[in-house]
Design a protein around this ligand. Structure first.
Ligand code: GNR
Ligand code: NI
Length: 170
């Protein structure tokens, strides 16, 4: 197992469009295990491969209270069922900032597991919010794209300043 580095906004690599997974092999299972370890360590409730600079359609999540329900979604497809909900979102790629985002509430998801087997589920509440947030990552979209430009620019400037301070010397 290994901890992976998480890209931070406004890194342009976070804008990459992820490609569907075609090989359900040991390397994919190692990737999902390393992503879960990285997510639990952070700690976070979800992680998309885009965030660790791997541009394949892979998501890991665990929205359970006691962190006992790891979930893996490969090549997910989401259809909106209905409703609308506002939730205060955060992101491991936008550390230290939280903002309210409005999204559809109920969704239907079709995906594959790490073995390549298809499954479907209907989600609402936190599971739905998190899945939509992770799906956005695979499409190069961040939660800050759903808030005002004023707030987004303020967050970008603060993170750029932090990255300058934290940058290794040459
Ligand atoms: O850990 C996370 N918490 C969270 C809270 C509200 C809405 C979405 C999330 S996902 C986030 C982890 C992350 O950045 N996933 O991409
Ligand atoms: Ni995120």
């Amino acid at each position: 197992m290994a901890l992976l580095d998480i890209l931070e906004f406004p890194d342009p690599r976070l804008r990459t469009q992820a490609k569907p997974v075609t090989q359900f092999d040991a390397a994919l299972r190692k990737l999902t295990e390393d992503m879960l370890e990285t997510m639990y360590d952070a700690p976070g409730i979800g992680l998309a491969a885009t965030q660790i600079n791997v541009h394949q359609q892979v998501i890991v999540m665990d929205v359970s209270e006691d962190k006992s329900q790891p979930m893996v979604f490969i090549n997910p497809q989401i259809t909106v069922v209905g409703g609308e909900k506002e939730y205060e979102e955060g992101c491991l790629s936008v550390p230290g900032f939280h903002e309210n985002v409005v999204r559809p509430d109920v969704i239907h998801v079709k995906a594959l597991n790490a073995q390549g087997e298809a499954f479907e589920l209907q989600a609402d509440g936190l599971l739905s919010v998190c899945l939509q947030h992770e799906m956005d990552h695979l499409n190069g979209v961040l939660f800050v794209d759903h808030i005002s430009r004023l707030k987004r620019d303020r967050i970008r400037r603060k993170l750029e300043k932090q990255h300058k301070v934290a940058a290794p010397r040459s």
